[in-house]
Design a protein. Structure first.
Length: 311
């Protein structure tokens, strides 16, 4: 299977936000293009359990639209190890160095935590203010208002926190949504509107913005200077910042294998012309698709045959 970096990507979307604000739910909605409860829970785990915490930056690749969705762990999260947080920063820089089409920042409405403010601070280091204004969108989750009252409720929220008011003005678009999936807070119409707005925003982005050439050490020194002891337990030690660590490959997923029902890394995946996808090892030497029994021809083989015939 070809390396993901060789695949034609029409849109690369970077999603940033503190763990627990509904960031993975947003990624799942975009990946599935569906705000229903089931589609909001897959492929990125969601919920309040430790298994649902985004502990590593991952990329979900949509074969149909050729969209890549990079879901990152939250900077400043007290549940994550020092190396995980440092790895997140390093991955952010590495995976945005060639540019992204859209940056989606997810934050919880209410009193903005120090972790959310830390993520905002990191964003200002990664991209210029002009880039954030043109290609960035802020999604405020856990909104308790009614559709049609977004502007009023956003103005009321900003009035209580001048720093957040200034932060919201950095974006050309701010979306208020309630992406809870159960209980009284569940509001499917709100998720649907959020999805439509996000898809429209990403689809309209022409060209890519590139990350500034900054280092993890510079960002963390700035974070410690700005937030001090409030983030010390979640930040890396100065020794770790100086010594650095090995870059970790970012897992790149492209959906679920129709045989074993597990997530597939794109390097392990085999997508057939009939649009069914499997792990290479799950279909082995089979001559037909296990789902529809069509002839087992991969997209890459089909492309090679087409080019040969054209020649």
């Amino acid at each position: 299977m070809a390396d993901s970096r060789e695949l034609p990507l029409e849109k690369i979307v970077l999603v940033i936000g503190e763990t627990g604000v509904g960031k993975s739910t947003i990624v799942n909605m975009l990946y599935n293009r569906d705000p229903s409860v089931g589609c909001c829970k897959y492929p990125q785990p969601t919920g309040s359990t430790s298994s649902a915490v985004t502990r590593f930056s991952t990329m979900q690749f949509d074969f149909v639209r050729k969209w890549a969705l990079l879901d990152t762990i939250g900077v400043g999260d007290p549940n994550l190890s020092q190396q995980q947080i440092l790895g997140s920063i390093r991955n952010l820089i590495k995976n945005t160095s060639k540019g992204v089409h859209s940056v989606v920042v997810v934050m919880k409405m209410g009193r903005a935590s120090h972790a959310s403010r830390a993520n905002a601070h990191v964003l200002s280091y990664l991209f210029s203010s002009r880039a954030v204004k043109t290609h960035g969108v802020l999604v405020l989750t856990h909104w308790e208002g009614d559709l049609g009252n977004e502007d009023r409720d956003l103005a009321d929220w900003n009035a209580r926190d001048p720093e957040m008011q200034k932060y919201c003005r950095q974006f050309s678009k701010v979306i208020l949504t309630n992406n809870q999936l159960q209980g009284r807070g569940a509001y499917p119409e709100c998720r649907q509107k959020c999805l439509e707005q996000l898809c429209s925003h990403v689809a309209s982005m022409e060209g890519k913005i590139k990350a500034r050439p900054v280092t993890p050490r510079e960002i963390f020194v700035s974070l410690l200077e700005k937030f001090g002891d409030l983030l010390w337990g979640s930040a890396v030690s100065l020794k770790s910042m100086v010594l650095g660590c090995q870059d970790e490959e970012v897992p790149t997923y492209c959906g679920e294998c129709a045989v074993c029902l597990q997530n597939m890394e794109i390097r392990q995946a085999c997508k057939l012309v009939c649009h069914h996808s499997f792990h290479n090892h799950c279909i082995g030497n089979l001559a037909t698709c296990p789902v529809c029994r069509a002839e087992k021809v991969t997209e890459w083989q089909y492309l090679e045959m087409f080019l040969s015939a054209a020649a």
